[in-house]
Design a protein around this ligand. Sequence first.
Ligand code: ME8
Length: 511
Amino acid sequence: MSKAFYITTAIDYVNGQPHLGHAYEKIITDVIARSRRSLGQKVFFLTGLDEHGQKVQQAAQAEGKTPQAYCDGLANDWQAFTKKLELTNNDFVRTTEPRHKNFVQTILAKLNAEGHFYTKTYEGWYSTKEETFLTDKDRRTDGTFDPSYGEVVKLQETNYWFKLGEHQQWLIDYIEANPTFIQPDYRRNEVLGFLKNNTLEDLCISRPAARLNWGIPLPFDKDYVTYVWFDALVNYISVPASLGDSTVTRCNSSKIELWPADIHFIGKDILKFHAVFWPIMLKAMGLPLPKQLLVHGWWQKDGAKISKSTGNIVDPIAVINEWGLDAFRFYVVRELDIGPDGNWTDAGFKARYQAELANGLGNLVNRSLSMLKRYRNGIVPGRSDELAPEANKAIAETRAHFEANELQATLLSIWSLVTRANQYVDQTAPFKLAKDPAQAKRLDEVLYNLAETCRVLAVLLWPFIPQTATKIYAQLGLQGEPGTFSAANWGGLQVGHQIGEPAPLFPRKDV
Ligand code: ME8
């Protein structure tokens, strides 16, 4: 058995409906998963929901529901959302599932028995909204706490603590010795800067059940539940454990090989939890670390924070219903590279739809196949390799970018082929060639180059816009999905092959 390429997303809090940020993270992960599958790798893609904690308990109370009933209702919506985005996730974890809860408890019991925890009474400031203790270091220069912490109260509490601090130097050494562990580099530098300039405090891993009962009980003290991050992060290994991955279960035989993850794809706000807490938790458990934390930026809308309360939101479902799934998938990947922050504007979305999808790709495929239909009854003429160098360049670049998870750069490479092929139509003017019987051979060559370019494009684009890629294949009269990268090789269309019916891929809209 070989190890799968294991990629995960953050698991989302179930306190509302999915927004653009959630959709972006899941789509990028899906494109990476599909690109690797296309290259022939075995892939396991995990996403899911983070269901415990104070916020969920309070939201459920406000709706007069039990926390479980509240989560079950929302989980249906979130699972439907993965379908709406056509994610190819292999599993969907909910932290309220027994398979997850039992595994968290097994780990807690083991770490406790091995002396990684201790109790301590702590008096300090506590943010209910963020479920976290704050120190004076968290105050702003005017002495107040940032409003994002919500109400901050003084709290005295005895809790269990995890000995995080003693691993500080080990973690610095690890990150320095493994330059690709945290990517992009500026996020790595941020973590190293934090670790080198601060003394790492131990981590509080419990909350008294008297105050918060919506959590996983500590197996060694029923008066406490597990702090959300010690619960949520464990999803990345509880699922492999439930599927029988012996690296995690430590059994002799393995039913699947997943751990260590190849990529945890996460947003910048949860970097510290993944880059500091998680590696140290894994070290304490004696497990290997994930190979990479790949960190994305945050979307704004019209230059302001996305916020339900101010109504500044992008509803992915509404956009998909109006413009189609692939227009949405394409835009988020094309517009925002993995790393920096991005800004959604409706005008920017429409402009890319019109220029790159309707006038670029859509126009190329439609006119190429329509001319083949009109001038040659849809029958592919003999092979001609005029556009092969440009196609081969796009194929080679796409492969290299896929292997480096450079998705925006892939689209740029692919679009240089789209642009070149559209220019080729304008330069060779097949509609003029068709009028001159002496140019029949030249017309054959042009039509072959165009049809074959469309076929190659379908294969290269499949991870990004699978519906469109599959439609291009169908219009070319080819069976199945263009999900295998090796099929992109130039020359796949055979002479005499009958194509299907051309139809517009991206209807032009009056905007
Ligand atoms: O943090 N733009 O859940 P979450 C881009 N349960 N990404 C965004 C975003 C935005 N405007 N807003 C949120 C949690 N995200 C925890 C994770 S993992 C073990 C536990 C991203 O629902 C955010 O950065 O608040 C995170 O990666 C993901 O959405 C889930 O955020």
